[in-house]
Ligand binder design. Structure first.
Ligand code: ADP
Ligand code: MG
Length: 234
């Protein structure tokens, strides 16, 4: 138990640190990017280096904006929503991106009304992160499935299922580690941030995967009146 407490304290310190670092870095980054753009349009002969510099800056910018999401207490708005509707919204949002890659996103749900007490924007972000990973892992003409049902414990189970490349056994434990990525241009922050958001909502997540067969992300949310966020508000 002590170890758990220590770990969670460490995490919140890391979160604060991340936010501080991200804020400190973002402004000079924006300034630098502006100057590079100016120079690129000046007609001088160094477009190649400038192009690389701009790409590297954009990469840092992406990491910083993902890190910033780790601690945004000012933007937490808790309310009761229908998780099915929320999932449908995300599906519509990501749908065009998926279609361009020839991937279909299906939504299967045994339920019409799935009450969840949450910050809808944060939960949307979580579903977006998992869907993006699923799409990136899936070749053209593949399908990704969102599956929503009642969990045995009375809560809700949301599964994001793909038949993509899968995750090798020796890597699966590293998934969700900050900056662990196998993608060129990946940040390795999506799953860590998603897990944090889910845990803040009293939920849990699990990753099941097999190489060349696909991946299933399981997200469990507790029954609404057992969600700690709600109890804290009451
Ligand atoms: P990123 O997407 O920037 O790499 P994430 O934290 O979202 O960072 O994911 C970390 C890593 O986990 C990915 O680089 C990939 O190797 C693996 N991964 C996550 N989701 C999937 C998936 N659906 N299929 C295969 N690999 C995945
Ligand atoms: Mg990702």
């Amino acid at each position: 138990k002590d170890e758990l407490l220590r770990q969670s304290e460490k995490l919140s310190v890391v979160g604060q640190l991340a936010a501080g670092v991200a804020h400190e870095i973002r402004n000079p980054l924006t300034a630098l990017k502006g100057f590079i753009k100016l120079m690129m349009h000046s007609g001088q002969q160094f477009p190649k280096y400038l192009g690389i510099m701009k790409e590297e800056l954009e990469r840092i910018e992406l990491i910083v904006s993902e890190l910033l999401m780790l601690s945004k207490p000012q933007s937490v708005h808790l309310r009761c929503v229908n998780l099915k509707e929320l999932t449908e919204e995300v599906r519509a949002l990501i749908g065009t991106q998926a279609i361009m890659r020839g991937i279909e996103i299906d939504l299967e749900s045994d339920l019409e009304h799935v009450p969840l007490y949450c910050d809808p924007n944060q939960i949307k972000q979580v579903i977006i992160n998992f869907l993006k990973n699923a799409i990136e892992a899936t070749g053209p003409d593949g399908a990704v499935c969102l599956h929503l049902k009642n969990d045995e414990g009375g809560g809700t189970l949301l599964r994001i299922i793909d038949q993509g490349c899968g995750i090798p056994e020796d890597k699966i434990n590293r998934v969700g580690e900050p900056f662990f990525t196998t993608k060129e241009g990946g940040t390795g922050l999506g799953i860590m941030i998603s897990r944090k958001i889910i845990e803040h909502h009293g939920g849990t997540m699990a990753v099941h995967s097999k190489v060349n067969e696909g991946t299933v992300i399981e997200v469990r949310f507790p029954v609404p009146d057992m969600q700690p966020v709600q109890r804290a508000q009451a």
